[in-house]
Design a protein around this ligand. Sequence first.
Ligand SMILES: Nc1nc2c(c(=O)[nH]1)N[C@H]1C(S)=C(S)[C@@H](COP(=O)(O)OP(=O)(O)OC[C@H]3O[C@@H](n4cnc5c(N)ncnc54)[C@H](O)[C@@H]3O)O[C@H]1N2
Ligand code: MOO
Length: 401
Amino acid sequence: MITFQEAYLKVMAHKQDYGTEEVELLKSMDRVLAEDIKADRDFPPFDRATKDGIAINYAAIKNGIKEFRIEAVLAAGSPKYKLKSENNCVEIMTGAVVPENADTIVMYEQITIKNGYAILDKDPNQGQEIHLQGSDELQGAIVLNKHKLITASEIGVLAAVGKAKVLVKKLPKSTIISTGNELVDVQETPLPHQIRKSNIYSLYAALAEEKIVPSQLHLNDEKEEIKKEIKKALNENDVLLLSGGVSKGKFDYIPDVLAELGVEKIFHRVLQRPGKPFWFGIQKETRTLIFSFPGNPASTFANYHLYFKDWLKGSLSLSIPKINVILDESIPVTGNLTLFLRVKIRMENGQLLADLVKENGSGDLTSLAQSDGFIRLDPKEVPYSVGELVPFSPTRRTISL
Ligand SMILES: Nc1nc2c(c(=O)[nH]1)N[C@H]1C(S)=C(S)[C@@H](COP(=O)(O)OP(=O)(O)OC[C@H]3O[C@@H](n4cnc5c(N)ncnc54)[C@H](O)[C@@H]3O)O[C@H]1N2
Ligand code: MOO
């Protein structure tokens, strides 16, 4: 059996590049940008008023002028206007182009308007309240670098530069497969010896967070059926995520079936809990990767987050965040397994603290919904102590601190 660190590195060594595709702007949300985005014009594209008020030429102030005849009113969206006399002004709205011959804006709160004239309440500073053309970015500058995750703020920039279609990294074509005769579907009423399949739904939901829409398959513990269906799935997918059938049971056919199908085993069984009987391999001809997770709900859920999520991030050229949290209790560890313990996270004095969640082993599904993620405790001789920093893998996007 290999250690968690060894297994993790083997998985990460199989990062893949699935190429790129063009999607509509709003469909690019949560995808990874695959092109550098350049400013198609200066940002802002013209000198723009940043306040509602009047636009004047500061030379008039120097000449002692305090009252300006109002020549026109300019809304945002009006074409560029030319001030006829430097002793006049125009009313101008936020976002409108500053007129030729004007160089200073005075907001309405600092003027009095009477009989077609604007009277200054106090002297302005030359050039005030103008957002100068190109002061944010010049035309041609890279405003978004490729390999960036597209969130709401990137969507705004993409829209501003006219990207109705965006080039993004392709996601792996994936199928999730549950196995086991004891499993019935969510809308069914299980018999006393049956349970509803839940892993397939949590996997589907976790993948949906990554914008992957997987196909789904359920296989009964019937070796020939499993073989036939997996063979087909191997040839039609970039990734298979299986749940169940990988330990030592009489009906745990997955490792044998994969071997018979010529899939290369990279490893089977890892010195960790939960998730020990994890099987990972590759079908060389199609480069299909197989993440075959142990069926216990906490085992499938942990291994998805510990391995698959980082593998996906790596494959999409995203950086992999390393988060540490502080233990708020002493935890003794024995044996040679890396333990992944369910925790709730709390913020105290700007630091993240972990509180253990009460759980009842790898089959305990409901404790997962009370947890924010797993802390990793590698084997060691002495107990982990209060205040110690340990790695943390979140299992939800937003942690309510
Ligand atoms: N003799 C041994 N027995 C077991 C070992 C071992 O080393 N030697 N390992 C144990 C560990 S650790 C785990 S984890 C499990 C993993 O078993 P399998 O991957 O073969 O999974 P199954 O036996 O098919 O199922 C285990 C458990 O999970 C439930 N399950 C399965 N799929 C789903 C699903 N989609 N949704 C909800 N629940 C699911 C299933 O009903 C079982 O209760 O093996 C130990 N045994
Ligand atoms: O290693 Mo298994 O995943 O504990 O129950």
